[in-house]
Design a protein around this ligand. Structure first.
Ligand code: CMP
Length: 226
């Protein structure tokens, strides 16, 4: 897809006309990252907003012992890096390219000018930030109130939302994350992840095919666990 088409497909820019989209394309820069390439680190100063053209990135926080928790996974059409731009604080998390990716970068000043000039972009941005806050609220509930099986199920539902492809009643999640990543997301151990996933497979909720996981009846699974 052409960059112009891609920028138009980004929900926060959907309201702009062709001229305005072309202007954004002119002020932005394309950058490529290899698998596991670091886009930026937590605590760095934030100079730009990024839009994903192709590939996927993970947003992670790391503690003193180097343990990592994935906050979210973002794909084509998603943006990130707006927080440090908006509040002038350091980057709130590290962003790593999961596979090869192409990103479109808009510098802070230009992005701030754009939202000052175009209230609809600001409103769309607020809508997306609100959506992210709702998801974070769900994560807090999941981590604090649910038992381990419920937490694992909810992480699977979150990944289905971020990475899944719908096929009739099923949702297929390709490149399913490593058990250690799942454990960190669910606030549990790798052994519990392994045991629970096998339980879900035995119960017919999941199927595993190589690196992919299939939720056999998404609505049913969601109905039980969310
Ligand atoms: P920034 O703080 O500039 O750099 C890290 C980026 O990760 C942040 O902006 C957001 O774009 C993104 N990010 C941080 N936390 C979350 C979250 N909980 N959900 C989705 N994206 C996030």
């Amino acid at each position: 897809m052409e960059i112009v088409e891609l920028v138009r497909a980004v929900p926060i820019f959907g309201v702009l006309d062709n001229n305005e989209i072309r202007k954004i394309v002119e002020i932005g820069i394309n950058r490529r990252f290899s698998k596991n390439g670091i886009v930026f680190l937590e605590e760095e100063e934030g100079a730009a907003l990024f839009i994903i053209i192709s590939g996927k990135v993970k947003v992670v926080r790391t503690d003193d012992q180097g343990r990592e928790v994935i906050l979210t996974i973002l794909g084509p059409g998603d943006f990130f890096g707006e927080m440090a731009i908006l509040d002038g604080m350091p980057r709130s998390a590290t962003v790593v390219s999961i596979d090869k990716s192409e990103l479109f970068m808009i510098h802070r000043r230009e992005f701030l000018q754009l939202i000052e000039k175009t209230p609809q972009v600001a409103i769309s941005l607020l809508r997306e930030l609100t959506h992210r806050l709702r998801k974070s609220d769900e994560q807090i509930e999941r981590l604090s109130l649910k038992d381990a099986v419920g937490r694992v199920a909810n992480v699977i539902l979150q990944l289905a939302d971020e990475l899944g492809k719908i096929k009739k009643d099923q949702v297929i999640i390709h490149d399913f994350p490593l058990q250690q990543d799942l454990a960190n997301m669910a606030g549990t151990s790798r052994e519990t992840i392994s045991r629970t996933i096998h339980q879900f497979i035995r119960e017919g909720h999941l199927e595993q095919h190589g690196n992919s996981i299939v939720i056999t009846n998404f609505e049913k699974f969601k109905g039980i666990y969310s």
